[in-house]
Design a protein around this ligand. Structure first.
Ligand code: SF4
Length: 135
């Protein structure tokens, strides 16, 4: 039996409303909601909005390497976040916040993207943040 979840397409600023059909914990289908700005329609990106969620190539765990010439290996989130924090601290100290830029993705949730821009602006202090949906 499908479960239906109402949501908003994350791929651009139009904010089309859509319904996800979920079966066994997997999003199997998406279709447009009759209400909202999209009035029962989606563009091709919206119709395919669910395809990446369970894709086998999706990066689900951090890949780390010791040096540039080495192979990537699966690592822990704690180690990955620790390395990011250390590297970011060094860059901020040496060249300042405006030397840092953040790139986000429409394949994250809107809430994730909001949190990232808040982190970039309010915590790191850089105005340099961009997102693929701007294109
Ligand atoms: S990408 Fe398409 S479906 Fe998604 S919000 Fe934008 S116009 Fe709507």
């Amino acid at each position: 039996m499908f479960r239906e979840v109402q949501t908003v397409c994350p791929f651009c600023g139009v904010g089309c409303r859509m319904t996800l059909r979920v079966l066994g914990g997997r999003v199997e289908w998406v279709y447009p909601a009759e209400v909202g700005v999209n009035e029962g329609k989606l563009c091709i990106k919206g119709w395919c909005a669910h395809e990446f969620i369970h894709h086998p190539d999706r990066l689900a765990r951090p890949l780390l390497r010791e040096d540039r010439g080495k192979e990537f290996e699966v690592g822990s989130w704690d180690l990955a976040l620790s390395r990011i924090q250390q590297s970011l601290s060094v860059v901020l100290e040496e060249t300042g916040p405006e030397s840092v830029a953040f790139l986000s993705s429409a394949k994250c949730t809107n809430e994730d993207n909001y949190a990232l821009q808040k982190f970039a602006r309010a915590v790191v202090g850089t105005p340099h943040i961009d997102h693929c949906a701007r294109l």
